[in-house]
Ligand binder design. Structure first.
Ligand code: DC
Length: 229
């Protein structure tokens, strides 16, 4: 029997990290964890409680309420993936809006938020056999992961992918709103003080601007097979 490994996928927003992670988890029979969903759920909680608005950000109230925020992934047979639950309520749809995307980088800057989520993520991956995607997985969460991928693609391509996704869901947004959000999040994610997005020294960079999902999966499965053979 081949041994189970840990696969860490980091990179800019909308580089298809979760899509790849889901495909890999399915092929390998591994657990898939989208850590962005966890930061998004805390953002949704902060918005619902009025801790973050376009006018103010009450960081201390949010930090004080962190112990009462329960996050878990619940597998949903009908859609074939795990949905994010916040205090036992399914928030999978709510956390994917442009409003949440607009605030999430600010929430993800807080050291207390990161500490809570990193601890949960490490617990989820303690038995290996996991594909986790985010911004700090190969650098902070699983620095010893056997396979680390660092995904990039140009901003135009990434914004177009996100735009197509949201339009297909019926969201009324403009391409410019999405593009500006992608560029702004790139900046905040790479410049923040706590666990900024950086490529781990031993990560393999994949620029998928001109790659199909299929060819990308094939490339990564080859890498995995070399490791678990
Ligand atoms: O992957 P995503 O776009 O859903 O992530 C949402 C935000 O959460 C992203 O702008 C940065 C933050 N994030 C993070 O700081 N660390 C992670 N491990 C995952 C996401």
């Amino acid at each position: 029997m081949s041994s189970k490994i840990t696969i860490a996928i980091d990179g800019f927003s909308s580089t298809g990290k979760s899509t790849l992670a889901k495909q890999l988890a399915k092929q390998l029979g591994y657990v898939f964890v989208d850590t962005g969903a966890m930061y998004r759920a805390i953002t949704w909680y902060a918005m619902q409680n009025g801790y973050i608005t376009s006018e103010h950000f009450d960081t201390s109230s949010l930090i004080n309420s962190l112990p009462s925020i329960g996050l878990k992934f619940v597998f949903k047979q009908e859609v074939g993936f795990a949905a994010m639950f916040l205090n036992d309520v399914d928030v999978e749809t709510e956390i994917r809006t442009i409003e949440v995307s607009g605030f999430v980088s600010k929430i993800a800057e807080l050291a207390e938020v990161r500490a809570k989520l990193v601890e949960q993520q490490q617990e989820m991956g303690k038995d290996k056999g996991i594909v986790m995607d985010g911004r700090d997985i190969g650098t902070v969460v699983f620095p010893d992961a056997e396979l680390k991928l660092y995904m990039t693609a140009n901003a135009q391509t990434r914004a177009q992918r996100r735009y197509d996704e949201l339009v297909a869901k019926g969201d009324a947004i403009t391409f410019k709103e999405i593009y500006d959000n992608v560029v702004e999040r790139d900046y905040i994610d790479t410049h923040r003080e706590n666990s900024p997005l950086v490529k781990a020294d031993d990560a393999i960079e994949i620029d998928n601007s001109d790659m199909t999902r299929e060819s990308q999966l094939e490339l990564v499965l080859e890498l995995v097979n070399k490791l678990i053979a």
